[in-house]
Ligand binder design. Structure first.
Ligand code: ZN
Length: 136
């Protein structure tokens, strides 16, 4: 059975990572765990831990990137919800078997050393869902 362990993080698309970090750190009092560039996704990300979850700020490094296209279409805002799973390969197989439309049939490398895969929002009532397997 698919078993989601927790909300690993909520992904927020922003135009200006520096400006967004200023707000999340100075106003909301969170602290970024570092900034990382994921070249395959043309995005710069910062994770801000909060409780047992995180906020992931995503700034596109190119307009034709997934996050760039999201902002173009919807403006800034919540872009995806990431659920933690323990065995991503098995979960993907099971979802495939249930006819769920997947963006990633196989896990790929995400920020922070995680293995990730996205479900298509058409299969999940308009929400882009990321499944995330990581060690911590
Ligand atoms: Zn994410």
């Amino acid at each position: 059975m698919v078993k989601l362990k927790k909300i690993d993080h909520i992904g927020v698309a922003v135009r200006d990572l520096k400006g967004a970090l200023e707000f999340y750190e100075s106003v909301l009092g969170l602290k970024a765990a570092g900034i990382e560039e994921v070249e395959t996704q043309k995005v710069r990300v910062a994770f801000l831990p909060v409780g047992e979850s995180k906020v992931e700020l995503l700034e596109p490094t190119a307009p034709d990137s997934p996050v760039g296209r999201f902002i173009e279409k919807n403006g800034e805002g919540v872009q995806h919800i990431a659920f933690r799973v323990e065995n991503l390969d098995e979960v993907l197989e099971e979802l495939k078997g249930k006819g769920v439309r997947l963006i990633d049939e196989k896990p790929r490398q995400g920020a922070g050393g995680a293995r990730i895969a996205f479900l298509h929002p058409k299969s999940s009532f308009g929400v882009l869902i990321e499944l995330c397997e990581r060690k911590d």
